[in-house]
Design a protein around this ligand. Sequence first.
Ligand code: CP
Length: 310
Amino acid sequence: MSWTKKDLLGLEYLTPEEIGLILETAESFKEVSTREIKKVPALRGKTAVNLFYEPSTRTRVSFEVAAKRLSADVINISTETSSVRKGETLIDTGKNIQALKADIIIIRHNCSGAANMLASALDISVVNAGDGWHEHPTQALLDIFTLKEKLGKIKGLNVAIVGDISHSRVARSNIWGLTRLGANVTVCAPEMLLPVGIEKTGVKTSSNIDEVLKDADAVNVLRMQFERDEGAAFPEQLDYYKKFGITEERLARAKKGIIVMHPGPINRGIEISSEVADGKNSVILEQVTNGIAVRMAVLFLVAQAREAKA
Ligand code: CP
């Protein structure tokens, strides 16, 4: 099959075949980062713009590295020092970037739907780097890529996603991607952090982490998003670390060989212990490395599709 979409907005909108194509393309790009000269000319002459309305370390740097490995030019726009501070709208900002002849906008925004809205208004490619509580598709793709690399398959795997499911775009993208590919997904959290109706997406729910870990091949541990919900209960109030924190003691009772993932940034001692985050079951930094190949694949495929349409 060939990729036909000019944008990547979310895994909800992709078929299993399209997800498979991104993963296969990422596999072929992974080797580039091991070369002495870590570069291929696939996007030479193209310009990618990182437009981030929210803080980011991993995603922003990873997209920049990915674009540079493909020989694209990269421009980083900080909304703190741009005309966004003077009240320019998202669409006006996007249209101006398009008028400056950029080829791809990589956007992170605090509003759900921001990437979709921008993509509808522009002819150039838009890649969603996380929008509100909606989706973070490249994070889920790199999570799935890492799972497949470590465990050899996705179909039939038992994957637990633990933590602040309500506020998590990472959880939503993982749910769409993993269920499309045939994994059995259980989301585990205190009831107040489980969105109403989440079962309709094909996942099981639980508030008993020890039961969930007994069968899980992998656990993806989510961060507590203190910045999103002022006035919400703090983990201390929920006794969160004691009841849900991924600790060595808890892991000792889990399925043998379970792998531990986290999208970052980590809140050590809140959702995960340092011993587990840095321990032998953890693949957290491998996820970060795999993000480069996955994002190279996404940038390459959307740029190709846009060129084919032009
Ligand atoms: N995983 C993730 O999105 O991290 P950043 O916020 O640092 O990009």
